[in-house]
Design a protein around this ligand. Sequence first.
Ligand code: HXC
Length: 258
Amino acid sequence: MPYETIIVEHRGPVALITLNRPKALNALSDQLVTDLGNAVDAAEADDNVGAIVITGSEKAFAAGADIKEMAGFSYMDVYKANFITAKWERVAKCRKPVIAAVAGYALGGGCELAMMCDFILAGDNAKFGQPEITIGTIPGAGGTQRLTRFVGKSKAMEMCLTGRNMDAAEAERAGLVSRIVPVAELVDEAVKVAERIAKLSRPIVMMAKESVNKAYETTLTEGVTFERRLFHSTFATEDQKEGMAAFAEKRQPDWKNR
Ligand code: HXC
């Protein structure tokens, strides 16, 4: 499907979604968020896709929600439309793994979008921030919640109250990103990691993702119980039999995705 504001390519089992509004530094317009949601729907429904990478340009992953688009909205406009963050949740709800490959600015909604992905690989020029306070609003797509869970209260509070950015090195130290990659290699590296995941057993990968995500939503005791139930259920899959047999037979597993 052709999209107005994003480009979707398939690299082997990986769907690579590139945000593509370069003149606006990939500001997340309503159209872009709609396109992104539709692309995630398509990737999730496509059996050939085992993992998704979302990226932007070298200058900007995304510089936030589209300020020019939302400047004139009234309370009733945003309330009735559940503006627009309800649509963004599509990325957070995707059951297949989603990697954010972030180069340049990931500000406001851009930082929030990256945090909705399963993990973030950062280019060495990446800058993360929640500058909404400087334009008279606050983060509205989970920034105050997810950033606090990633980096702790002190750093999240400072960033949300001052609007200052974090560079890639600080973001890695703080646990916001999993790794820093030279910007020229970022997308290829993200696709390589996504491909590695996509070649594993798809249902087992989904279970691992579901279990890690549970850690954000529940107590340790409940989370560990949830993990144990899923762990037990892996023993009902063909892929657990195949994976362990392949190890014992010193060969590569031939995953059945069942
Ligand atoms: C609309 C944007 C934009 C944005 C940049 N542009 N960010 N348009 N919405 N969020 C546009 C600029 O207006 C400009 O258009 C072009 O992109 C290039 O930007 P410049 O500012 O000229 O580039 P530069 O000097 O390099 O500065 C880069 C920047 C700056 C530091 C990232 O653009 C900036 O501060 N942007 C806004 C960041 C921000 O406040 N984000 C939070 C948004 S609120 P023209 O036409 O002049 O060339 C948000 C809330 C989310 O995200 C809540 C959920 C809905």
